[in-house]
Design a protein around this ligand. Structure first.
Ligand code: GLA
Length: 820
């Protein structure tokens, strides 16, 4: 057995010896035909824009100089606040920009969400919430520079990472690759954005100092050709004087780094900053340094513990960067809200994101300053001359007294007219992007209980036979099959599938909704399994929009009482409520099931009783004095059809009181009968380490026994873990499940064991305090695999808390034994 304890990517460094530094673009390189005589610098203040001395093109430039960024002829440290305009009510845009300015930032960094701007091919929308040029002009008005991140892919916990769902109408499309159709569509979108921001780049006197090419491509693949195509498209559309950059992780930025782009690194609070930039400094000693996403907090997923990050660590990171002249963008400075259906989902392990994008950011979801904000403002003041800009007036919050819904339109009697199809098709095949879809067919007669298998339900399926609820299949939990009782020939099977957000991260972004392949019924007759594929479907497309809800027939709610399950019918609920003084409020959905809510036609987003989010943010600017209308589509049915407005949000209440641990109560892994296939010791320090097995092993269940830690304490932690196949390639983690973890810290933070394969290097599995070595993890790979090694990433902090030392690996085809 050999242990290669080098950092994996150090291999890539060998190539650096021959690496040629890209030419730094300097003002002198600007095309000759542009006048370049004066060296006067300009500032973006309204007054200077109005002076008669017209600055020359050389002044109005932003570029990477030797070790520093140069703006208008002077060194410039970017202190950027990440904000996403579609996540903030337009009425509050300026308030949020001013909050960022007052915090001590000088730049706003923003994504452009392609799918929000092009809801249908060639129908571009830059109005209302999508008015990009208005938002940028507001930045300019408030003396804030802008970094534009036009994708096409953005990630951002936004539906499909910003890509429009209609791309999936071409089943074979290769997303984020050199697929001709994909590239053609990207080009049209980039052209539309470029037209929208025309005149707003720094060279034209606007605030946009630079633009990003693609987004963290390293966590998707290695394809410099494609990234180069996106770069060329941005140059073609936005002009070739705009400075361009790429962002990636320290572990993979070299994979797709293009010679003529600035390279920046993304990492979160607590990370070892010197280590993060070490490789970049070696590769490009003269490059200015920037953390283009310094994560202030984190996002929440349905059914997961609410995420928070320490303010002290965030501030320590920012001050360390500023002391070292490192630019940064604080992602998120203000997260806002995933209105309507815009929340995305993460993967591996389908993990749909909640509606709030509060992110535990310094400015909270509704735009108020948090203690994190005040502490950061104080810290940033030390790096600025003069007093911080005054904070804008806080937007008031208020309560709305409890009110009851009056009308309901139950779903089943209100279905739209169906389409018919022999085989199952996805939502996209019916030109439907969002909402729910009902598949209906007739069942053959069965004499025993049978297994109904849905391949695959995307994302939350409910099964009914002759109108009776049988059960649900929740994609988050990997549920695909359900037992159904014997039925008469011709019984009606209904499968109601609700789509949640499309996956926004990793290869799984090609995320079709509805049922993706087939539905089968299998019966065990005398030990023989008979499988029949169900066909001949009636399909009802239930779009999530007001038009569909308005088409329904409403009845007085008084005519209904809760069923045996304590729930009122699933369907659309309506009420009118009175507001005397509109103010921001948080509607309580704790007594509701799962669905979407709208007030005065504005989509507030998804709610789900499982939590952790229990209230939906309702901005005061969307309320009227007097009567307001609320519409709620609940696909499970409420326990009580009432709501009320709180004056603060509830974002941290999981319905289940038991933390989601990967271990049944007193279960203990028993390895007494097993022998390890490999063992070894990790070395101290940050970065990836690799163990190669002496011989490949085949199996489905992998047990990792951790014997002790580098620091001699009891903590064990893993940021990311991969197994590698015989070719040295990483084995896909799409179907992984954690079968067992001896201990998980879900108290002090969200460090459950599934964090070790969530594709996020900044999140991690950690044992709880007090739990002693040896520690154990068992991973179910989903199917048998041939494994020839393992890659391990310890935590990113300089001290690598929980760094593991000695360990043993066990591989088995069937599950391990567990004792009570
Ligand atoms: C990455 C992406 C962002 C966002 C963050 C996590 O850095 O670039 O869009 O998804 O992760 O919040």
């Amino acid at each position: 057995m050999t242990i290669i304890q080098n950092r994996i990517l150090a291999i890539a460094m060998i190539t650096l010896a021959t690496y040629v530094l890209p030419p730094v673009i300097k003002p002198n390189d600007i095309p000759q035909n542009l006048n370049s005589t004066s060296t006067k610098t300009i500032s973006l203040t309204a007054e200077s824009q109005e002076t008669n001395t017209s600055p020359t093109i050389n002044d109005m430039r932003f570029y990477a100089g030797d070790g520093e960024f140069i703006l208008n002829g002077k060194p410039f440290i970017i202190k950027a606040a990440e904000l996403h305009y579609p996540r903030i009510p337009r009425e509050y845009w300026e308030h949020r920009i001013q909050m960022c300015k007052s915090l001590g930032m000088n730049t706003i960094c923003l994504y452009v969400f392609w799918n929000a701007h092009e809801p249908e091919p060639d129908r571009f929308d830059f109005n209302g919430q999508n008015d990009l040029s208005e938002f940028i002009n507001l930045c300019k008005k408030n003396d804030m520079y802008v970094i534009l991140r036009p994708g096409p892919y953005v990630c951002a916990e936004w539906e499909m990472g910003g890509l429009p769902w209609w791309l999936l109408k071409k089943k074979e499309i290769r997303l984020r690759e050199s697929d001709p159709y994909f590239l053609e569509r990207v080009d049209r979108f980039q052209k539309a954005v470029a037209e929208e921001v025309a005149g707003l780049t720094i060279e034209d006197g606007g605030p946009i100092i630079m633009a990003q090419v693609e987004n963290e491509y390293g966590s998707y693949g290695t394809d410099k050709n494609y990234v180069g195509q996106i770069r060329d498209m941005i140059r073609k559309n936005f002009g070739d004087r705009l400075t361009l950059f790429q962002c990636d992780w320290a572990s993979n930025f070299m994979n797709n780094g293009l010679d003529d782009l600035i390279w920046t690194i993304n990492f979160g609070t607590g990370a070892n900053i010197d280590k993060q930039f070490a490789k970049l400094k070696e590769a490009r000693p003269e490059s200015p340094l920037m953390c283009s996403e310094f994560w202030s907090g984190w996002f929440d997923k349905w059914g997961g513990k609410h995420e928070t990050r320490s303010a002290d660590k965030m501030i320590a990171g920012i001050t360390e960067m500023l002391d070292k002249n490192i630019s940064f963008s604080l992602y998120m400075t203000h997260g806002g809200t995933n209105w309507g259906h815009w929340a995305g989902a993460n993967s591996p392990g389908f993990a749909p994101d909640v509606t709030s994008y509060d992110y535990d950011a310094p400015i909270n979801e509704h735009g108020a300053a948090t203690p994190k904000y005040h502490a950061l403002r104080k810290a940033l003041a030390k790096y600025a001359s003069g007093k911080p800009a005054t904070m804008p007036k806080a937007i008031p919050t208020g309560k709305i007294s409890k009110f009851s819904f009056t009308d309901v339109a139950p779903l089943f009697p209100n279905l739209p007219s169906p389409k018919t199809d022999v085989e199952i098709k996805t939502m996209e095949d019916y030109n439907q992007g969002f909402g729910s879809i009902l598949y209906r067919t007739k069942l053959p007669a069965t004499s025993t209980s049978t297994t109904l298998t849905v391949n695959d339900p995307h994302d939350f399926a409910q099964i009914f036979i002759d109108g009776m609820y049988i059960g649900k299949l929740d994609r988050r939990l990997g549920e695909k099959s359900i037992q159904i009782p014997p039925v008469k020939a011709g019984s009606q099977l209904d499968i109601l599938v609700e789509a949640m957000g499309r996956i926004n991260f990793g290869r799984a972004i090609k995320d079709f909704k509805g049922i993706t392949d087939s539905v089968t019924l299998s019966e065990n007759r005398d030990g023989h399994i008979f499988v029949c594929t169900l066909r001949n479907w009636e399909v009802f497309n239930l779009e999530d929009n007001m038009e569909f809800y308005d088409s329904m027939e409403f009845m007085p709610l008084g005519a209904f009482s809760p069923g045996e399950d304590g729930r009122l019918p699933m369907g659309v609920y309506r009420a009118t409520f009175t507001v005397s003084k509109p103010a921001d409020t948080f509607l309580n959905f704790a007594s509701w099931g799962k669905g979407l809510a709208y007030v005065n036609g504005k989509p507030l987003g998804r709610f789900w009783e499982i939590g952790p989010q229990q209230t939906l943010y309702l901005p005061g600017c969307w309320l009227k004095k007097g009567d307001n209308e609320i519409v709620v589509f609940d696909i499970i049915g409420p326990r009580e059809a009432t709501t009320e407005g709180f004056d603060s949000p509830v974002l941290d209440q999981l319905q289940s009181v038991t933390p989601p641990l990967h271990r049944k109560n007193s279960e203990k892994l028993n390895l007494s009968m097993e022998s390890p296939v490999a063992s070894g010791s990790f070395i101290p320090g940050n970065g990836w380490q690799q163990l190669n097995f002496a011989q490949p092993s085949t199996g489905r269940y992998i047990g990792i026994e951790m014997l002790n830690s580098i620091h001699g304490d009891d903590l064990a932690a893993i940021s990311e873990l991969y197994f590698i196949d015989e070719k040295g390639e990483r084995i896909s983690r799409e179907s992984w499940k954690i079968r067992y973890a001896d201990s998980e810290d879900v108290e002090s933070g969200n460090h459950a064991a599934d964090k070790l394969y969530d594709l996020q290097e900044s999140t991690y599995w950690s044992t709880a305090s007090g739990a002693k070595y040896p520690h154990y993890i068992v991973i179910d790979l989903g199917s048998e695999k041939r494994i020839s090694g393992m890659q391990y990433l310890p935590r990113m902090e300089a001290e690598t808390p929980g760094a593991i030392k000695d360990f043993r690996i066990y591989v088995k085809s069937s599950d391990f034994n567990y004792s009570k």
